[in-house]
Design a protein around this ligand. Structure first.
Ligand SMILES: [Zn+2]
Length: 449
């Protein structure tokens, strides 16, 4: 894994190898700035030669892949064709916590709901009195956007990045805010017919809903026929092969599938279920693109299909980080077999000061202050316990307690009851937890996958 290098004035230089960083540190020419991502600062150097670096992103609903690559070109001497070559420098995977945020907000909503029904005071009508600004995203998706942009900015402070690449679309639902509620007729211009089609292909897994046929031409089919008052809403649309479409004609689905109750039930359920993950990713991807453009760096975009094509052609294992490396126009990738830094969004503690049992009764209260003896939950600490049952060295994320007896989440497991006296901060809490994944192309990693 490449080591990030800053100059004397904390401006980014080209990342160097681990070996070179070790030599610089041994000779006292550099100091450690951060442990994750590992960064050193040179004490005697201002400025240096830079080469083009590209940060590539593959935004996902749960994990975003990050790949920092050095770009160069290979020119074919005979044909003069130029091929894009990438050298992998640093790979990361950013794990989002959208689901946790969603759950926390649902919980809060329930608390408030019960509180209102306990206290029966008068409340003014609250019907249709809320507005949302343009470009509003649900908090869980806003978080995904914010953390991704945050890491782009962090990496820009550590490396002289000259370009960005982002996987933008699997299918274009740019204007698709909530396809299951808004009718197609409302989306003309924003969501043209082919986008409905791409959406349906994704939703119905590219197969005929009635017979399951794949790799055949599929037609858009109204579940409740239009002649019986069926709407053009996406939730009333499915895909059928031509023979099935013909046979169904304008019959109702109950009639058509009366001998297959299981399939009937499955189609009706799936029709109502919105395509959550894909829709969510698409809404945030465009917001992310706008945020990336705002950095002032040139942004290259690619589609999911192209990423997959590149990964298959280059014969790379499937990881989020390597997917990121395959975004956009790439002809060759070198030095891709490197360990991956796992970055887990952990948040910075809870707003609520009361801890509850699962039925909502209070179980205990959190401290008013986050800091205990100079430590805070989330700090990365090194604890050296001289004697006793827990004797030894423990390194990991600390969870503080007011008593000064801390828990440390080490790689091997959580160690409880470590006194603050034995602890030393390695890196301050920054809202993320770090761990390393082995190289993607080893026996060990293959077994784990
Ligand atoms: Zn069919």
């Amino acid at each position: 894994m490449a080591v990030f290098v800053l100059d004397k004035q904390k401006r980014p230089l080209m990342p160097c190898t681990e070996k070179r960083a070790r030599l610089l540190l041994e000779r006292g020419r550099a100091v450690v700035v951060r442990l994750a991502p590992f960064t050193i600062r040179l004490k005697d150097r201002i400025g240096g030669a830079l080469q083009p670096l590209r940060l590539k992103l593959d935004p996902g609903s749960k994990t975003t892949g990050l790949a920092l690559v050095r770009e160069s070109e290979i020119v074919d001497a005979e044909t003069g064709a130029v091929e894009r070559l990438e050298h992998g420098l640093w790979f990361g995977e950013l794990e989002h916590r959208g689901q946790q945020i969603r759950e926390a907000l649902t919980l809060r909503r329930h608390y408030r709901r019960t509180r209102r029904s306990r206290k029966t005071r008068y409340r003014a009508p609250r019907f249709l009195n809320r507005t949302r600004r343009d470009g509003w995203l649900p908090p869980s998706l806003q978080h995904r956007l914010d953390t991704t942009v945050n890491w782009v900015q962090r990496l820009r402070r550590l490396a002289p990045i000259t370009g960005l690449s982002q996987e933008l679309v699997r299918f274009d639902t740019q204007a698709l805010q909530n396809p299951e509620i808004s009718g197609v007729e409302y989306q003309q211009g924003e969501l043209a017919g082919y986008e409905v089609r791409e959406y349906l292909l994704e939703k119905w897994h590219r197969s005929c809903a009635y017979c399951g046929a794949t790799h055949v031409p599929l037609e858009i089919e109204h579940i409740v026929p239009r002649s019986s008052g069926g709407s053009d809403r996406v939730s009333n649309l499915t895909l059928a092969c031509q023979p099935c479409n013909q046979r169904k004609g304008s019959r109702s689905i109950e009639d058509f599938l009366q001998r297959q109750p299981a399939r009937l039930h499955q189609i009706q359920a799936q029709a109502q279920a919105p395509l959550k993950d894909a829709a969510a990713v698409n809404a945030t991807r465009w917001a992310l693109l706008n945020a990336l453009k705002a950095t002032g760096l040139p942004v290259e975009t690619g589609s999911g299909g192209r990423t997959k094509f590149n990964r298959t052609r280059l014969n790379l294992p499937k990881t989020h980080a390597l997917d990121a490396a395959c975004v956009g126009a790439v002809d060759h990738v070198r030095d891709w077999n490197r360990p991956i830094l796992s970055i887990r969004a952990t948040g910075r503690g809870a707003y609520s000061r009361t801890r509850t049992f699962k039925n909502g009764f209070p179980r205990g209260y959190l401290m008013r202050h986050k800091r205990v003896h100079g430590f805070q939950t989330g700090d990365w600490v090194h604890a050296e316990v001289p004697k006793g049952k827990k004797a030894g060295v423990h390194v990991g994320r600390v969870a503080v307690r007011q008593t000064g007896s801390f828990n440390i989440q080490a790689q091997a497991g959580t160690v409880q009851g470590i006194s603050y006296r034995h602890c030393r901060v390695l890196q301050r809490a920054d809202g993320y937890g770090y761990s390393f994944q082995p190289k993607p192309d080893t026996e060990e990693a293959r077994r784990a996958a």
